[in-house]
Design a protein around this ligand. Structure first.
Ligand SMILES: [Zn+2]
Length: 419
């Protein structure tokens, strides 16, 4: 066989059964899942996943941070494996799909290939990344972040949860401090299937999101210092009103994001007036502000526009100081054009409606994209809801996503030709 069998489909009922079966590990009364990373529930799902991968003929390696890699050999062992997968941990009140769909769909891809007797040219490697959610230990996506070298293994192993238990202790407690060095598993490319966690696909009646970018982000802390004085006896021209100044900043943020849209958002999410009183002119205001855009130039234009506007307001309002500090900045993630094209091609060939998308949420794939060609596949989730026990997706959409994953991976790995 020299062509990818274009009519090959995953076993939708088997995928759905795996989703329901693993949802028992940490099941909540409201139908969700509570499976914090490196907990006993996480151990249970990891043991299940390891056994399932081994039964599918894989060798399962675990690295020193508990990242799991199930390898299915290919015809050409000199080729780097094509990676697929996501995460199995959840939020404290999480659902059955966030992360889990991508990991179990990857397993289903292997099972489907086994059933069809298909050998790929490059090996395949299914990954389960440790602590994507970040609710028990910070940072989120720590397994993939350490994999690409953003943090040292020692740093991550020393991180503690609210009870003072370190990552190292938690890994030992469940037996998932593996022997493979972090970062040692090679990948030729990586594809992650995930629920959208937003409302766009459902609203437009589309089945597949072809994710092209992840948002860039900049976070600011701001402080405006004016002067407190009597609300009745201070004439308007003599006021140094921190809150009135702040209101100009808020409207600036909204105006900039609208002007530079549609791929730009700006939010002032927190504000505190120091010593507020109805008859005192506010003297000090602290606030947060953020901008996001999937385009580097747009993010830069937002930052420059913001700095210029702040300077203009400060120059006009005599006696009021505006201090802005950048506390976090991340460039937009751009997925690989070749992998994006493979996802779009697979979705289109399979007859699924699809559209290009930006991911508003963070994913392990973003970390991996700094080191290898990566793309993501989104499927709709009910009401755009995620990080909630009511998180839901239809069996048909889950199967569609898994089929797109299957054909993307086949295109990237190549189907082995008989010797
Ligand atoms: Zn996730």
């Amino acid at each position: 066989m020299s062509e990818t069998p274009s009519n090959l489909q995953i076993h939708a009922d088997r995928l759905w059964a795996a989703i329901l079966e693993t949802a028992q590990f940490g099941a909540t009364p409201k139908g969700g899942v509570r499976r914090l990373t490196l907990s006993v529930e996480d151990k249970a799902v990891r043991d299940w996943f390891r056994a399932a991968c081994e039964a599918a003929g894989c060798t399962v390696a675990v690295d020193a941070l508990g990242n799991m890699f199930a390898l299915r050999p290919g015809r050409d062992p000199s080729k780097a494996p094509i990676g697929l997968g996501s995460h199995l941990d959840t939020q404290p009140t999480g659902g059955k799909f966030d992360g889990i769909l991508g990991t179990l769909a990857a397993l289903e891809v292997l099972r489907t290939l086994n059933d069809a007797g298909i050998e790929t040219d490059a090996p395949l490697c299914v990954a389960n990344w440790t602590n994507e959610e970040g609710s028990r230990f910070a940072p989120a996506m720590m397994g993939s972040a350490a994999y690409v070298g953003d943090f040292t293994v020692d740093d991550i192993r020393a991180r503690k949860d609210a009870e003072g238990v370190s990552v190292a202790q938690a890994l030992d407690a469940i037996g998932y401090a593996g022997s493979a060095p972090v970062g040692s598993q090679p990948f030729g490319a990586f594809v992650e299937l995930h629920i959208e966690q937003g409302p766009i696909l459902e609203a437009e009646g589309k089945t597949i999101g072809v994710v092209e970018h992840g948002q860039g982000i900049v976070w600011y802390d701001g402080r405006i210092t004016g002067f407190e004085s009597h609300a009745g006896s201070t004439p308007m021209p003599l006021r140094r009103d921190a809150l009135a100044t702040f209101s100009e900043i808020v409207l600036t943020v909204e105006r900039l994001a609208r002007e530079l849209g549609p791929d730009a958002v700006g939010t002032v999410g927190e504000v505190a007036i120091a010593n507020p009183s109805r008859n005192v002119i506010p003297g000090e205001v602290a606030f947060t502000c953020e901008f996001r855009s999937p385009h580097g130039e747009t993010l830069k234009a937002l930052e420059e526009g913001f700095a210029a506007a702040v300077q203009e307001v400060a120059g006009r309002r005599k006696g009021v100081e505006i201090a802005i500090e950048t506390v976090w900045r991340k460039d937009p993630t751009h997925f690989d054009p070749k992998i994006i094209a493979a996802v779009r091609e697979a979705a289109t060939t399979l007859g699924y409606s699809n559209r290009p998308m930006v991911s508003g949420a963070g994913h392990d794939a973003f970390n991996l994209a700094t080191k290898m060609p990566v793309a993501m596949i989104f499927v709709p989730c009910k009401d755009g809801l995620s990080h909630n026990e009511l998180e839901d997706a239809t069996p048909a959409d889950c199967a569609a996503g898994a089929n797109v994953l299957l054909h993307t991976v086949l295109a990237l790995a190549g189907v082995a030709k008989p010797a």
